[in-house]
Design a binder for this molecule. Structure first.
Ligand code: NAP
Length: 269
């Protein structure tokens, strides 16, 4: 069997870095893309792993990374849109550039990466596009409007795109992680709070104050396993929730109406 090739965005840490290791260990070629490959000291030493610069907000870097990957390994079978981050604060207090950046990275970046690999996948009449969403792509918590908006968008893009691409032999898959202890809630979180809008402060403080005590799993590798499973699944299954919290919450979302879900989330926060 031919060695397969995967391109992964946001491979400098968290799920992306674990996914690089897992695909590589299983014999794949990996185009491990990140904003600052010069800082990466570990992945570059692995066989069949190419470190390539890709900033999802820089279209030129996306196209260069795709071209470089194809010329190094002869093709791209799977792309994993993993790069992304969260933001926290009251919508009314969100500066315009914070709103724009959240969508640039989590939504427009995903679209541009997909558009860059599709000509190649269409030529091959095959390929798998895996978009890392979140359990927050189908259920929303307060003070996270921007993040949820982007992940709901990723779900909508993926759900619609599957119809366009299935006749061309290309699969679309969504991986929906629950809460995991990566850099997500730390250095990657853009917190803008409530600015000078004191009306929001009591509710925001109460919410933000208990985030640290949320049960985030340290079984981070489970998400790479979910991504790997999606990449190797010959079926046209769209969604892959990962983690007990995600499975439970998304099942509840299916079974409950809006009011019941609202009551449940209100009880959690
Ligand atoms: P992480 O460790 O903070 O990783 C985020 C990655 O995204 C980093 O590699 C970061 O690169 C990269 N990134 C940020 N902006 C970028 C840009 N403009 N171009 C390219 N890369 C960029 O967090 P993670 O948990 O692994 O997050 C990965 C994905 O999982 C995200 O889409 C996140 O929304 C999603 N997710 C996370 C959780 C969770 O609880 N951890 C739950 C559900 C979904 P730098 O190193 O350059 O900053």
């Amino acid at each position: 069997m031919m060695t397969k090739t995967v391109l992964i965005t946001g491979a400098s840490s968290g799920f992306g870095k674990d996914a690089v290791r897992l695909f590589q260990k299983n014999g794949w070629n990996v185009i491990a893309t990140m904003r600052t490959p010069e800082k990466e000291t570990e992945l570059g030493a692995l066989d069949r792993v190419a470190l390539v610069r890709l900033d999802v907000t820089d279209n030129h870097s996306i196209h260069q990374a795709v071209e470089e990957g194809i010329s190094l390994f002869g093709g791209i079978d799977v792309v994993v849109n993993n790069a992304g981050y969260g933001s926290l604060g009251a919508l009314e207090a969100a500066p315009a550039e914070v709103v724009r950046q959240q969508f640039d990275v989590n939504v427009f970046g995903v679209i541009e990466v997909i558009k860059a690999v599709l000509p190649h996948m269409r030529r091959n009449n095959s390929g798998v596009i895996i978009n890392v969403s979140s359990m927050g792509g189908r259920v929303a918590f307060p003070f996270s409007t921007l993040y949820h908006a982007t992940k709901y968008a990723v779900e909508g893009i993926s759900e619609s795109l599957q119809y366009e691409l299935e006749p061309l032999g290309i699969k679309v898959k969504i991986v929906e992680p629950g809460g995991y202890k990566t850099d997500f809630a730390g250095r990657s979180m853009a917190t803008f709070g409530t600015g000078d809008l004191l009306d929001y402060l009591p509710a925001y403080d109460a919410f933000a104050g208990q985030i640290d005590s949320w049960p985030m799993s340290d079984r981070v590798w489970e998400v790479a396993e979910g991504i790997f499973q999606a990449a190797n699944d010959d079926s046209w299954q769209l969604r892959y929730p990962v983690g007990a919290d995600a499975v439970q919450l998304l099942q509840a979302r299916k079974e409950m109406d809006d009011q019941a879900i609202k009551n449940m989330i209100s009880g959690l926060i």
